[in-house]
Design a protein around this ligand. Sequence first.
Ligand SMILES: C[S@@+](CC[C@H](N)C(=O)[O-])C[C@H]1O[C@@H](n2cnc3c(N)ncnc32)[C@H](O)[C@@H]1O
Length: 198
Amino acid sequence: MADEQARGKWNRKYSEAPSGKPGACAALKEYAFLLPATGTALDLACGRGGNALFLARRGLQAHAWDISGEAIGTLVREAEAEGLRVVTAVRDVQASPPAPGTFDVICVSFYLEREICGALTEALSPGGLLFYQTFIHEKVTDEGPSNPAYRLGANELLGLFAPLHVLAYRELGRVGDTGQGVRDTAWLVAQKRLDQTK
Ligand SMILES: C[S@@+](CC[C@H](N)C(=O)[O-])C[C@H]1O[C@@H](n2cnc3c(N)ncnc32)[C@H](O)[C@@H]1O
C-alpha cells in the first residue's frame, strides 16, 4: 500500500475509534522480566504507543514510530500526562526502517511487513531483544485483518527472524480448549546473541 494511502487509512481509523488508555501487548507484558534496566527501545508501528509507554515506565529510552500523525498525537498527550519521555516520529517504517545497531529492544505488535524483518534484526544491538506479536491464519475469533497477507503462517515468525536466538515462542492456533490461552496471534521473544553480526 502506498505511503499516503496507508497514512490516510490509519489516520481515519484513529480519529474515529475511541481512544482508551493504550496497553502493551501480551508478549511484552509476560516477558518484561527479560528487559534490560537501561537502554534504547523502539515501539515500531506503535499506534497509540501502549508498548512505548510500558517501556518508558520501565526506565528505557523509549522511541515510538508510526505512519499516523493522529496516533502519535494521542501518544504524545498520554506520555505528557504521565510525565514520561517518549521520542516520537511520524515515520513510514517500510520506507525508513531503523538503522543497524540502534536499539537494545524492539517491540512490534499487530503490524506485519515481512520485507523489513531483516532490517529489524540488523537494527538490534548485540544482546538486543525483539518482542513480536501479531495475528496468524489459524484464528479462533474474527479479530484482526481479513486480508490473509497481513497474517502469519504456521511458525512463520521463527523463519522471519531465523538469525535470532529464540527465548520464547507461542502459537496456540486452535489446539485444545480454545476458550483458554491467548489465541489468534503468534509471539516471538528473541535475542541477538553477541556472536551474531547480522
Ligand atoms: C493494528 S495497528 C497496531 C498498533 C500498535 N502496534 C498496537 O499494537 O496497538 C497497525 C499500526 O501500523 C501503522 N502502520 C501501518 N503502516 C505503517 C508504515 N508503513 N509505517 C509506520 N507505521 C505503519 C498504523 O498506523 C497502525 O498504527
